[in-house]
Design a protein around this ligand. Structure first.
Ligand code: IMP
Length: 445
């Protein structure tokens, strides 16, 4: 660990956990923050979502894209744990393991909760069919999901009967009973959604599951006890959020959200960590906003400014490759997310992308049906009528990717950062000025 970043985790007491969560609509750069923090922890745990997430970490110029495996995997001696709240696509997980192994990454510390639910091929089929059929029904647009089967897998979890957990992959008789019972139901449902839908074959699923089980067996575990044992022995646990607060099933811009509680509020249920053991929350936010898929985005810039942010920030999805919608920083939404998570600090990423703008607009209020408000509204219908009220701050120029000390940033870049922390109500402790793990300014706040 470098002496500079010791403070970031020194504030997490022994036997406790720190959570890193996204404060916007995802893709904030959580992977890099986790990667920086991981050396001070004994384990990194994912608690929500599935292969819909995309975390990229650049190490020595090589970009590693992770969807399911926690970003802590790059640190030898740190356990990388996929918790019970994750929905795991075994095919995607094995692909990711193979790619990491080919890069020489040691996977012996990878553990997967036996109680995490399995995303099966029919979940992905259903996700894609629903998206196609529901276009025009939900708020006039489809949700724009990643089609990774996330919603259908969580629906089966909530429905209980017919749901498959990772531990079932190594219990062939139990799995056979579930699959043989559920496949006729799934076939009827898929046919109802699309008479041309390819029927599912129970035998093919069981054969694939047997292969997944054989490969993943050494990694399956009771992750709740594992994490509790680590903390009882004085270990610190880093929690890796996937997706982000404004996509939280209960607190995001419903219905344009994902199917899990991806704010810090979901950490305990999704990892087995008791609320009193979660003592630090670090929120990650971009210096601007992006969104992938449908849903309201008051500060979206469908113009040259948005295009410039997209190109400079390489704002194309890690998971789907879709161009991200880009816009100015929404401070009303950011303050809402800081408060909901009770974030102790903010990691502000991609500040370098904003270099070269003459002025930087930040949204400080909305006008909704003629009334001004500075409160965020986590409801898509209402938020779709919000007109942003902007404050314009002076922009900055030049390449800041080599800056490592806050005081070395241009005056107006510092002013921008200080304006954000005042408005959002949490200190900005870490500033990203480039994709590499070293391109970071650490600041005590
Ligand atoms: P789902 O999670 O695939 O069901 O997609 C629901 C919504 O969340 C869609 O708008 C997705 O684009 C969005 N979403 C899900 N995960 C992420 C993420 O990690 N980053 C950005 N958007 C995401």
């Amino acid at each position: 660990m470098s002496p500079d970043n010791r403070f970031l985790f020194a504030k997490c007491p022994a036997g406790h956990a720190t959570a890193v969560v996204g404060l916007q609509w995802g893709d904030e750069g959580k992977g890099k923050a986790i990667d920086l923090l991981a050396p001070g922890y004994q384990a990194v745990v994912r608690y929500n979502g599935g292969a819909n997430a995309g975390h990229s970490v650049v190490i020595a110029g090589k970009r590693h894209a992770l969807h399911l495996i926690p970003s802590g995997v790059f640190h030898p001696g740190v356990a990388a744990i996929i918790g019970n709240g994750v929905v795991v696509d075994p095919e995607a997980l094995i692909r990711e393991m193979d790619a990491l192994a080919a890069s020489g990454i040691d996977l012996s510390g990878l553990k997967v909760s036996a109680n995490a639910h399995v995303v099966l091929p029919y979940h992905k089929q259903e996700d894609a069919l629903r998206e196609r059929l529901l276009t025009g029904v939900v708020g006039g647009e489809s949700i724009g999901t990643t089609k990774r089967g996330i919603g259908p897998a969580y629906s089966d979890k909530a429905s209980r009967s017919g749901a498959v957990r990772m531990g079932d992959l190594i219990r062939p008789e139990v799995l056979r009973r579930i699959i043989e019972r559920v496949v006729p139901v799934k076939n009827a449902m898929l046919r109802a959604l699309d008479p041309e839908a390819e029927p599912i074959d129970a035998g093919a699923i069981l054969a694939a599951a047997a292969a997944w089980g054989a490969r993943l067996a050494p990694h399956l575990t009771d992750s709740t006890s594992l994490v509790q044992d680590l903390m009882d022995a004085g270990g610190r646990v880093l929690i890796e959020g996937a997706n982000a607060t404004l996509l939280d099933l209960d607190h995001g811009t419903f219905p344009f959200v994902t199917s899990s509680n991806c704010s810090a509020l979901g950490v305990c249920a999704g990892s087995g960590i008791a609320p009193k053991r979660l003592s630090r929350v670090i929120g990650v936010a971009k210096a601007y906003c992006t969104r992938v898929g449908g849903g309201p985005f008051p500060t979206e810039q469908n113009n040259a400014d948005g295009d410039r942010i997209r190109e400079r920030g390489r704002e194309y999805g890690t998971t789907t490759g879709r161009p991200r919608r880009c816009g100015w920083l929404d401070l009303v939404a950011l303050r809402y997310a800081v408060r909901l998570n009770d974030a102790d600090g903010i990691a502000l990423t991609l500040l370098d992308v904003l270099s070269g703008f003459k002025e930087l607009a930040v949204c400080v209020a909305y006008e909704i049906n003629g009334k001004r408000t500075d409160r965020f509204v986590p409801d898509a219908e209402t938020l779709s009528h919000a007109r942003p009220v902007y404050e314009r701050l002076p922009g900055f120029d030049g390449d800041i990717s080599g800056v490592r000390r806050f005081t070395d940033l241009p005056d107006s870049a510092r002013g921008y950062v200080e304006f954000i922390e005042r408005f959002a109500g949490a200190p900005i402790n870490l500033i990203g000025v480039g994709p590499d793990r070293t391109q970071t300014i650490i600041r005590e706040g």
